[in-house]
Structure formats: structure tokens, C-alpha cells
Write a protein that binds this ligand. Structure first.
Ligand code: SF4
Ligand code: SF4
Length: 79
């Protein structure tokens, strides 16, 4: 069994601080090249398959609602 997250960023809530980029141990995020309605560069999910579900990104983000994590559980057959 492996655990990972579906990772959703709400661009209008993100202020582009980069904390998720720095704190993710698996380089899941990068800052993008487009601005949101508040004039902020926003984080993007660029490497979702590497997520290990640690939630460091969620707890380091200062903007409520900017990052949503939905746990996925993939069953693997054990012989
Ligand atoms: S849960 Fe952990 S590994 Fe997954 S995106 Fe967030 S910080 Fe990165
Ligand atoms: S930590 Fe939150 S506010 Fe900062 S760049 Fe990441 S998603 Fe945006």
C-alpha cells in the first residue's frame, strides 16, 4: 500500500511566497510564470507523482485555502 496526495493549489489564494516550494522534500512545487488577480506569481504543482504525503506544504503555507490535500490510498496486492 502506498499513500500520496492529490494536491490542489487555488491560484487566487496564493501569494507566491514560495514556502511550499522550499519546504516540500520532493520538489513537487515550483513558482509559475503567470500572475493571479492580486498580481502575485503563484505556485504550481509540477511533480505530483513524487508526493509522499508529509503535509509539510500545507502546514507551511500562510494562506488558508491556497493548498488543499486529498489523501489517496492505492491498494497494492501482497502475495
Ligand atoms: S505532502 Fe509533502 S511531499 Fe506532498 S507535496 Fe506536500 S510537502 Fe511535498
Ligand atoms: S506556501 Fe501557499 S501562499 Fe506560499 S507559494 Fe505556496 S501555495 Fe502560495
Amino acid at each position: 500500500m502506498s499513500r500520496a496526495m492529490q494536491i490542489i493549489i487555488a491560484p487566487e489564494e496564493c501569494k507566491g511566497c514560495g514556502r511550499c516550494v522550499v519546504n516540500c522534500p520532493r520538489q513537487v512545487f515550483a513558482l509559475g510564470r503567470t500572475l493571479n488577480g492580486r498580481g502575485n506569481v503563484t505556485a504550481e504543482v509540477v511533480n505530483p507523482e513524487s508526493c509522499i504525503g508529509c503535509r509539510f506544504c500545507y502546514y507551511s503555507c500562510p494562506e488558508p485555502g491556497a493548498i488543499t490535500l486529498i489523501e489517496k490510498v492505492d491498494e497494492e496486492k501482497v502475495s
